[in-house]
Design a protein around this ligand. Structure first.
Ligand SMILES: [Zn+2]
Ligand SMILES: [Zn+2]
Length: 283
């Protein structure tokens, strides 16, 4: 029986283990098929594929695209090619947009007489800069009493140094992935803050744009697994699942392999996705 975990992060985005270390942990957790799905980057995929091969594990290359700005709808793409230049250019643009937003927010802070060294902020960030890095720098400069206070007073939505996130829409990300031969899947619907009356019509639009699956078995959906499982199958969508492991801490990110425990058809569903992802990539 295949035991899948199809949603894992590495140091290429905000995970704490590199691909080789992650593959070791995957094997230790008795997971036999895994996917690396870093945020807006495919940088870890070659190393992850090698590490999987060395251990005799099935591997599905993936990516997780942030869409819909602050609404934070995440779209997973399975079967992406790490050397796809169109996707790489999109992810470079996404990184640029993220950086420009933070530079813009720092500029606002400067006008509020709260200057920060951007070198320092960017050095904290590694590959992906975000508001937490600004907040931490503000705390270190003594501008706020806590990181939380930085958000409450300055960086949170609608606060005086806030700027909205610039991203693709979910439909754009879905079409992009489809056009690049990948399988687009809606990540953790339970984490989307929209009411279900807003989400369901969107799902229809996304399916028309090429959405092929829903990530049902994710820690954020834990209370509603039967609901999402039924909905996906009724609509002819693939059922996928993964822990969203980053570092083994936090509420919405699980431990490697944990969602497979709750996933009755894990083996068949995972191979259906695997086949779909590989079929698409045939020239
Ligand atoms: Zn996500
Ligand atoms: Zn994730």
């Amino acid at each position: 029986m295949t035991r899948p975990d199809l949603h894992l992060h590495t140091t290429a985005s905000d995970g704490i283990y590199n691909a080789e270390q992650l593959a070791r942990l995957v094997q230790r957790a008795s997971v036999t098929m895994f996917s690396v799905t870093d945020h807006d980057t495919m940088a870890a995929l070659p190393e992850a594929a090698d590490a999987a091969y060395d251990r005799g594990l099935a591997f599905l290359p993936g990516v997780e695209i942030s869409t819909e700005g602050d609404e934070e709808v995440h779209i997973l793409g399975y079967g992406v090619r790490y050397d796809d230049e169109v996707l790489q250019a999109c992810f470079r643009q996404a990184a640029e947009d993220r950086k420009n937003r933070i530079l813009g927010m720092a500029e606002k802070l400067k006008n509020l007489r709260l200057p920060l060294s951007m070198e320092d902020v960017l050095a904290r960030a590694g590959s992906s800069v975000g508001r937490p890095h600004l907040a931490r720098a503000m705390y270190d400069r003594g501008y706020v009493n806590s990181v939380q206070q930085a958000f409450e007073l300055y960086l949170g939505k609608g606060r005086c140094a806030y700027l909205p996130r610039v991203t693709m829409t979910a439909a754009q990300a879905i079409s992009l992935l489809r056009d690049r031969g990948a399988v687009p899947v809606l990540a953790h619907p339970g984490q989307i803050r929209w009411p279900i009356e807003k989400l369901l019509p969107k799902l229809k639009i996304w399916q028309e744009a090429g959405l092929r699956g829903i990530e049902v078995y994710h820690p954020a959906n834990q209370l509603n697994y039967p609901y999402w499982d039924r909905l996906a199958r009724e609509r002819g969508l693939l059922v996928t699942g993964g822990s969203d492991f980053h570092d083994g801490r936090g509420r919405s990110h699980g431990q490697i392999g944990e969602t497979a425990e709750f996933w009755p058809n894990a083996c068949d569903d995972a191979w259906a996705l695997y086949r779909a992802a590989n079929k698409n990539q045939k020239p």
